[in-house]
Design a protein around this ligand. Structure first.
Ligand code: ADP
Ligand code: ADP
Length: 226
């Protein structure tokens, strides 16, 4: 049974009297432990698909399942990492990373221990008491990744997470993410429009056809196992 199963999903946005068909009959399955890249041109519906899996958007038709059950809405099992980091500027690195466990009522000592573990995992030990504005872009994205992991994400959903970083930092973060993935057995669903990024990262590439409202096919490319 796949961890994520998107079945015949269509999505039409209605805003200010305008209809935009973003997805039509899209299908996607992700197995536990896979690193899947959703690749396609801007506007083809990648973010929409990711946001449906995150539970931020409802489908117009079809269904999105996690472990065979309908995705009810946003939840910690599907942690989202955004291009613009989305850190809480008023919280330190430690408190950003501990935010999820803390808000779910875990005891303070456990929150601290969990935060420390994930701070170490992404190599930010010296920056535990720093605030986001004191960090470089690469460091902020490390915090964002640690935060979803500390919140026990089963699938990490990443929407062009390295798009705002310079090329060298992006390469370093890609390497670190792959290292983390192979070491921890994470499941990753990663959206990008850059084929070179998909080729470096993915276990499997899901190619979406271009053109809004024209997502008739999602092609899958299986890459040799690393
Ligand atoms: P991608 O991530 O591949 O760039 P998106 O999923 O963001 O594609 O967008 C697919 C289509 O849906 C585009 O035409 C976009 O303009 C439209 N769209 C996305 N989000 C909204 C929204 N909240 N309201 C209206 N239209 C939207
Ligand atoms: P990026 O990946 O965004 O290029 P890194 O996280 O690789 O940045 O940081 C490069 C080095 O610069 C790190 O070893 C870090 O210690 C140092 N550094 C970056 N930003 C700061 C800062 N605001 N204060 C102190 N040291 C910093």
């Amino acid at each position: 049974i796949p961890i994520v199963d998107v079945r015949d999903v269509s999505k039409t946005y209605l805003s200010q009297g305008r209809r935009t068909e973003a997805l039509r009959g899209a299908n996607l399955t992700v197995q536990r432990g896979e690193f899947v890249c959703l690749l396609g041109a801007s506007g083809c519906g990648k973010s929409t698909l990711l946001r449906i899996v995150a539970g931020f958007e409802a489908t117009t038709a079809g269904e999105a399942l996690m472990w065979g059950k309908p995705i009810p809405g946003p939840g910690p099992s599907r942690g989202m990492v955004f291009q613009d980091y989305g850190l809480f500027p008023w919280l330190t690195v430690r408190d950003n990373i501990g935010f999820g466990p803390n808000s779910r009522g875990r005891p303070a000592a456990e929150v601290r221990e969990t935060a420390a573990r994930y701070i170490d995992l992404v190599g930010l030990g010296q920056f535990a008491d720093a605030y986001p504005h004191q960090l470089s872009g690469g460091m902020k994205q490390r915090v964002a990744i640690a935060r979803v992991l500390a919140n026990e994400a089963e699938v990490v959903l990443m929407d062009e997470p390295f798009g705002a970083l310079d090329a060298m930092t992006r390469e370093r973060l890609q390497d670190e993410l792959l290292e983390l993935w192979s070491r921890t057995g994470l499941t990753v669903l990663f959206v990008t429009h850059a084929i070179e990024e998909a080729i470096v990262l993915a276990d499997r590439i899901v190619l979406m056809s271009p053109g809004p409202g024209r997502i008739e096919a999602v092609h899958t490319v299986d890459l040799p196992r690393r």
